[in-house]
Design a protein around this ligand. Structure first.
Ligand code: FAD
Length: 412
């Protein structure tokens, strides 16, 4: 197993594929090229423990620097790849230098979406959170009693609101859609998190957008909201989703459609080039999807490493995700897109699980402070088994006593 593997992107996916190749006995050269300046790190703690000052920078690193050396992984940081020259099997760095590859892996991730000019544009105190540099800037501004405006009621926005409250900021969170978590969770999950944040003193405004941001010296000082109110603002954090980083792939003529299109083995439309992680779009339950999760980055990396080393490999995606807010842990198993019914099991005020069905088939679960429901759901989802909806909704029945059946149709 020789050859020259070049990986673009030093995030979770890029680093995972590099180390997995070595674990599988790959003897060739491995080069990881990333534009980030920091040793590769975990992103999830950025919006959780890191900004809350509960995790040091060293604890974020995926691997110590020495391990890249001992595994002979050539890690080139602060280095941007500008182009792929497919006919010559080369990539071009920003200084014009070219690097040959036998196999290229694109692990370019995603960029945070920013406010459009109509929504308020940019200013010194408007932040997005995607990397460690962003987190450091935000952490420096999160001081007690400042007025924080969070734009966007998705997981990043909610985690930022929770961290900010723990640091003593006054927080208003606005969500343009009818409710928070509209894209990713059922109304029952959203209602639980809305109430949790309100109990912690976050002002949540749903169906409300920005009309204008009033500035002085390139700093936002007031926000005019679409409900007619005007609020004082010291800091704005924008959490309105991400855009997959497909520029290199697109410019090189690879197939791109909301992500770099890959087959079951992670191969792009050029068989010498793979794509993994947040930037990759793949088939799942008869549709093309992109996932933004650590699970997806790591699992796709493993499939691609196997494929590069000649083993048969196919991505059997079993999505899972988590979010920490205050002392609440949300664990999500499966993917709820296309759900037709929801059943809720409530243990108590702080612990519940929300079960998503497409017809009679279980497709996902949101488990709030309920690790048992999460683990059970993962087991059932991976074996294709579904409990019946009435059984799930009956809280007096233990999960392990429910009758299971195999459901393959999405909607019956
Ligand atoms: P990325 O981590 O985005 O890495 C891609 C890298 O490629 C970047 O460093 C980028 O700079 C680099 N790059 C791009 N283009 C080039 C180029 N041309 N040349 C050189 N380098 C380039 N997931 C969970 O499962 N649970 C969570 O709780 C969770 N919380 C999160 C909280 C935050 C604040 C963020 C930002 C993400 C969170 N995620 C979470 C998502 C998870 O971190 C990502 O899905 C995962 O990091 C994706 O890894 P990746 O390697 O595909 O992409």
């Amino acid at each position: 197993m020789n050859g020259n593997v070049v990986i673009v992107g030093s995030g979770h996916a890029g680093v995972s594929v590099a180390f997995k190749l070595r674990t599988l006995g790959f003897k060739g050269t491995i080069t990881v090229i990333g534009e980030d300046i920091y040793l590769p790190y975990h992103r999830p703690p950025l919006s959780k423990k890191y900004i809350a000052n509960l995790a040091d920078e060293e604890r974020l690193y995926l691997k110590p620097e020495s391990q890249y050396r001992s595994e002979q992984i050539d890690l080139r940081l602060n280095c941007r790849v500008n182009a792929i020259h497919r006919s010559q099997n080369q990539i071009e760095l920003e200084d014009g230098q070219r690097v040959h590859y036998d196999t290229l892996v694109l692990a370019t991730g995603a960029r945070a979406r920013t406010l459009s000019e109509e929504q308020g544009g940019r200013a010194q105190n408007i932040h997005t959170l995607r990397n460690l540099s962003d987190a450091k800037r935000i952490r420096d501004t999160f001081t007690p009693n400042k007025n924080l405006l969070v734009v966007g009621g998705g997981y990043i926005g909610l985690e930022m609101a929770a961290v900010a409250r723990s640091l003593g900021l006054q927080v208003t969170l606005i969500e343009r859609e009818d409710r928070i978590l509209g894209r990713v969770a059922a109304a029952q999950t959203a209602a639980h998190f809305k109430s949790l944040h309100q109990k912690h003193g976050v002002r949540i405004l749903e169906g409300v957008g920005i009309n204008y941001l009033e500035r002085s010296d390139d700093r936002v000082e007031k926000a005019g909201l679409s409900d007619g109110t005007e609020i004082d603002v010291d800091v704005v954090v924008v959490g309105i989703g991400v855009i997959p980083d497909v520029t290199l792939a697109k410019d090189a003529g690879l197939q791109v459609a909301n992500g770099i299109v890959v087959d079951h083995a992670g191969r792009t439309s050029d068989t010498a080039i793979y794509a993994i992680g947040d930037c990759a779009s793949f088939a799942f339950r008869d549709q093309m999807i992109r996932l933004e999760s650590v699970q997806n980055a790591v699992d796709m990396a493993e499939v691609v490493a196997r494929s590069i080393t000649g083993a048969s490999a196919s991505y059997d995606c079993q999505p899972w995700f988590w979010s920490d807010q205050y002392t609440t842990k949300l664990q999500i198993a499966g993917l709820n897109s296309g759900y037709t019914h929801v059943a809720v099991r409530r243990k108590n005020d702080s612990s519940l699980s929300i079960w998503y069905f497409a017809g009679e088939r279980l497709i996902a679960v949101d488990a709030v402070n309920d690790a048992k429901a999460f683990m059970t759901a993962r087991r059932w989802l991976s074996s294709g088994q579904s409990p019946d909806l009435d059984g799930i909704a009956n809280e007096s029945l233990e999960l392990n006593t429910l009758t299971l059946s195999e459901k393959t149709d999405l909607v019956t």
